[in-house]
Ligand binder design. Structure first.
Ligand SMILES: [Fe+2]
Ligand SMILES: [Fe+2]
Length: 319
């Protein structure tokens, strides 16, 4: 017996819309945006994931304040180094090009778009600046399209991930659509037929998925506040301090899988200790299949799981 697909070639963390403020100020005077990014970075650093890149899809600083970028860099870079992960920054409409370049790249900027290519063990990640200075909607200049087309002319060994703040997908919400990405037809013509395997976006503050020019699109929700589409109909839009999340991106030879990870830890009701990983090496694949998948196996009838408090719990099977 063998598994349908081998282990992923790459694991990426996709984080968006940190909206940090200088001076440790809270967003809307109430949301601790600094604590949110600190929490998720710590959770990732202590997780099982072998993260090769941390991709931030914009709105890093709420008001483009240098202090906010400095805090973000000081929070992210040491843990990224510990993880052995590259950091991929992308501009968002709340960011400002000059402090973004100076504080995150130690470079001076004359206000030009910030587009960059990152290489991650055979995988190419392109960070594309979809911002329009002074505005919240998105657009891409013709010179950027030409740069992107030239870059994509040669394929990467494991394909390409395109990261941009304004995702090229519609929002059903009338308010959100006002600040959507323009010039999408031109973007589709540049991306069609290339090795772009998935498009990562932010901006919407809710997790959503679609396709664009036949390419999957995944939008990570925000780490600051999120949009609640279960809100009552007398609200055109409701931003809430809850359900903040990031996403993991697993790149397989044939597929890319996006998985939502909440910022905050919740109460554990069942858990399997990591020591049970040894089981995977002690038995053959067929034996493990029988133990884990067979409802009548001793493994599924005995107490193998522990609760968050450490005590054994009534057995429950995976899935
Ligand atoms: Fe945002
Ligand atoms: Fe945005």
């Amino acid at each position: 017996m063998s598994f349908e697909v081998d282990a992923p070639l790459h694991t990426i963390a996709h984080i968006s819309d940190t909206h940090l403020l200088g001076g440790d100020r809270k967003l809307f005077s109430s949301i601790d945006v600094a604590a949110n990014i600190t929490t998720i970075m710590s959770r990732l650093a202590h997780s099982e994931h072998n993260i090769e890149a941390l991709v931030f899809t914009g709105d890093l600083a709420d008001l483009g304040e240098p202090e906010a970028y400095r805090f973000l860099r000081a929070t992210v870079e040491p843990l990224a180094r510990e993880m052995g992960a590259q950091v991929v920054w992308t501009m968002g409409n709340h960011d400002e090009r000059e402090p973004y370049a100076r504080e995150l790249f130690d470079e001076e900027s004359a206000g030009e778009p910030h587009d960059r290519v990152y290489w991650v063990n055979g995988l190419r990640i392109i960070s594309l600046d979809s911002t329009v200075p002074g505005y919240h909607h998105g657009d891409i200049e013709e010179s950027q399209f030409e740069w992107l087309a030239a870059e994509l002319a040669s394929p990467a060994e494991h394909g390409t991930i395109l990261a941009l703040h304004h995702p090229p997908i519609p929002s059903h919400n009338e308010f959100v659509r006002i600040i959507e990405l323009r010039n999408q037809e031109r973007l589709a013509s540049v991306l069609s037929g290339t090795d772009v395997r998935t498009i990562l976006g932010g901006h919407l503050h809710y997790s959503t998925y679609s396709t664009f020019a036949g390419i999957p699109v995944a939008v990570a929700s925000a780490t600051c506040y999120t949009v609640d589409f279960g809100a009552p109909r007398d609200l055109l839009l409701s931003g809430v301090d809850g359900s903040q999340s990031i996403q993991l991106v697993h790149v397989y030879p044939q597929q890319v899988v996006h998985t939502i990870v909440p910022i905050q830890e919740s109460r554990s009701v069942i858990a399997y200790p990591a020591t049970q990983r040894e089981m995977l090496t002690q038995y053959s694949t067929e034996e493990i299949f029988e133990m884990v998948s067979n409802k009548r196996s001793a493994h599924n009838r005995e107490e193998q799981a522990i609760s968050g408090g450490g005590e054994a719990v009534t057995p429950g099977s995976l899935g």
